[in-house]
Design a protein around this ligand. Sequence first.
Ligand code: GTP
Length: 302
Amino acid sequence: MTKKNKKCGYAAVLGRPNVGKSTLINQIIQQKLSIVSHKPQTTRHQILAIHTTDRGQLIFIDTPGIHNQKGTALNKHLNQTAQSSSFGVDVVLFLVEAMKWTDEDKRAAKVACRSDGKKILVINKVDKVKHKEQLLTFVQTILNEFEFDAIHYISALKNKQITPLEDSVFDYLPEGEPIFDEDQVSDRSTQFFVSELIREQLMLRFHQELPYSTSVSIEQYEVKGVIHHIHAIIWVERKNQKGIVIGRQGEALKQIGVKSRKEIEQFIGARVNLKLWVKVQSSWTDDAKAIDALGYQDTFKD
Ligand SMILES: Nc1nc2c(ncn2[C@@H]2O[C@H](COP(=O)(O)OP(=O)(O)OP(=O)(O)O)[C@@H](O)[C@H]2O)c(=O)[nH]1
């Protein structure tokens, strides 16, 4: 009996905002690496999520959703990041939401289909569809315009049909030795995830009031004994947003702090002492330099 050679390669996950890209990646790698909230465009960074199994290593590139809105430097940067990640990968997973095919989806599909990798059409949120036979006409509409190598119907949230999708991705990967250590799950630092976990709590609580431009930076990260001491700044654009985040007598910020601390403790598996500040940096989303300064310059496979 011959032993099967290991596989190793890159898969980009593309689709318009809110189709479930982060949920899918988190489900496959069984860890909360990419933040998920019901506000579109919660994902701002490319994250290499690394999934190592007996079959080999699958390296995911999560992308900010491709969208149509024009405008700020941050928006442009988000779109560029998403577009560049479809090149040089072995597989593209193009996600759509079942029964929703919008102009934004079309635009994202164009980017996905320009890739030279294998293309998988992933119909997500199938759990929301009552009459499953309607999916066939829905998919046909997409296939009239775009070509894919495979189609999968899944529910990322309910963990349905994820294994067959994963098998399909592995089939398309080239043979090769792992690039990252077996126990490495991301190329991002703990500090990065800490700031994302805080940002997730902000988005969950203030999704009506705060723009997705709200960002979090870690000012201090110190491990003393068994406790991780973390100081973080929440950057907002306007004074009134600062007031919202702090809340009456600091109540809102306190709750954000408690919830974030619990999430961070779960993520790093240690006790955390978290201190939060809120600062105003006016309209940095329109300032390309400020975007660089806050670390939104991602490079892919340099
Ligand atoms: N019902 C249902 N909801 C889902 C499913 N997958 C994701 N969602 C929800 O859809 C919303 C968006 O999911 P995300 O994973 O953040 O979507 P995304 O594509 O990464 O979004 P961006 O970061 O904005 O690009 C969340 O509220 C998820 O819980 C699914 O299979 N079924």
